[in-house]
Ligand binder design. Structure first.
Ligand code: ADP
Ligand code: ASP
Ligand code: MG
Length: 406
């Protein structure tokens, strides 16, 4: 008997037939004597559809209303799951983020969970309910408004609840049977990993592997929650996200991640003097836009170029913010390039080996792929390249680092 949190992703509850299947699995888990909290995502495509509708009705929908709109997807699916569970004689109750005490900051559309009042969930578990929680949402501490947790945020709801109720495990059910060495939709020869460290998973998630939202992995690591990624089609043992240990495969690179959602902004001919970067990036930060890779060229005759990357869907917003600043700081122009992507190699093995980055650059060079920007950290190397070469780059690196399955 255990205390388990399960999360079912959008494709796993994409039709009423699939919802019935999920309910069958929940019933089986419950009948084994487990206590169970289940987080449900919106039905597949639902969140995209709601975003699209808002964008048709307004060029600039307010984030408050977007959160109200988007949180409804998860309410529908979680209520449907609870309705069917009751139909098949499983005592179940569905709760919204507010109803189960998920408190966030007030950063609409990308809020962070600050606390969860687990009393209500624990009481319901004691009363023998399966507690169904609408994923991806909470309530802002300051304003009492509905917030959402960023795309893929139901993963974070699940792991945060697992941490709050001290569950034995958080099971993430999805449309792949685990975490692979690269996105299996792009690399046919990708291999499923039996285990991966929190650190590596955090890097892969932040670099574009959307199988887990990065914040869910952060919660897992911080509160020591074992996370298991499992297929909702086969229910076979998947990938355990856990601490590094002796038994893990000793490899240099554990996985390749890619991210298409990138844009590069270049500010041309910037006067090379103190305070300029602070002005540029201060203005960007004020609008809550995340900057990723930053490169500043060597100065020539007192001028330099500054390039940086942002998520592609925030590039226009960043350009609008910067246009007036270009004049103010005396730069000559701003260029935005949206046909770029990021490819990254990740592995804790890099800590103790040199030459990994060089091998990456060499592999890309052999494929004739030009590197536009580079960034590294202790356990990853990322290159910004043209989007048209992205899939080629992922496959070539996967082979070069010995990750292809036989
Ligand atoms: P869900 O709707 O269940 O939350 P997501 O679409 O968010 O599922 O995440 C699962 C998807 O993540 C897979 O279908 C796969 O294409 C993608 N993915 C990207 N990188 C990886 C990886 N390294 N391992 C497994 N899946 C990956
Ligand atoms: N429905 C949200 C999304 O599509 C959250 C999630 O599925 O995790 O991003
Ligand atoms: Mg997801």
């Amino acid at each position: 008997m255990g205390l388990i949190v399960q999360k079912y992703g959008g494709t796993s509850v994409g039709t009423l037939e699939k919802i019935k299947n999920v309910c069958k699995h929940i019933k089986e888990t419950k009948e084994k004597g487990n206590k169970l909290v289940v987080t449900i995502s919106a039905m597949a495509g639902e969140t995209d559809k709601l975003v699209e509708m808002a964008n048709i009705l307004s060029k600039n929908p307010k984030e408050r209303e977007m959160d109200l709109l988007l949180s409804s997807g998860e309410r529908i699916s979680s209520a449907l799951v609870a309705i069917h569970l009751n139909e098949i004689d499983v005592k179940a109750v569905a709760l919204t983020g507010r109803q189960c005490g998920i408190i966030t900051d007030s950063s609409h559309t990308k809020a962070r969970i600050k606390s969860i009042d687990a009393k209500k969930i624990l009481k319901m578990l004691d009363d023998n309910y399966v507690v169904i929680v609408a994923g991806f949402q909470g309530i802002s501490e300051d304003t009492d408004e509905v917030t959402t947790l960023g795309r893929g945020g139901s993963d974070t709801t699940a792991v945060a609840i697992a941490a709050a109720i001290k569950a034995d495990v958080c099971e993430i059910y999805t449309d792949v049977d685990g975490v692979y060495t690269a996105d299996p939709r792009i690399v046919e020869k990708a291999r499923k990993l039996d285990r991966i460290t929190y650190e590596e998973m955090m890097e892969l998630a932040s670099l574009g592997a959307k199988v887990l939202q990065i914040r869910s992995v952060e919660f897992g690591m911080k509160y020591n929650v074992p996370i298991m990624v499992i297929s909702s089609y086969t229910y076979n043992p998947g990938t355990l996200v856990t601490w590094e240990d002796e038994n893990m495969e000793k490899v240099l690179v554990s996985g390749i991640a890619h991210d298409k959602n990138q844009a590069r902004i270049t500010i041309v001919k910037v006067p090379d003097k103190p305070g300029i970067s602070a002005r540029i990036f201060g203005a960007i930060a004020e609008k809550n836009i995340n900057v990723d890779v930053i490169v500043q060229n060597a100065s020539e005759a007192g001028f330099t170029d500054i390039s940086f990357t942002v998520a592609r869907n925030e590039a226009d917003k960043a350009e609008d913010v910067l246009k007036p600043i270009i004049k103010e700081i005396g730069a000559s122009d701003i260029e935005v390039r949206k046909d770029i992507s990021k490819v990254s190699i990740v592995g804790v093995g890099m800590r103790s080996h040199s030459g990994v980055a060089a091998k990456m650059f060499d592999t890309l060079a052999k494929e004739g792929i030009n590197i536009l920007m580079i960034t590294t950290s202790e356990i990853k190397v990322s290159c910004i390249i043209e989007e048209k070469y992205l899939e080629l780059a992922v496959r070539a690196l996967h082979s070069a680092f010995g990750l292809d399955k036989e």
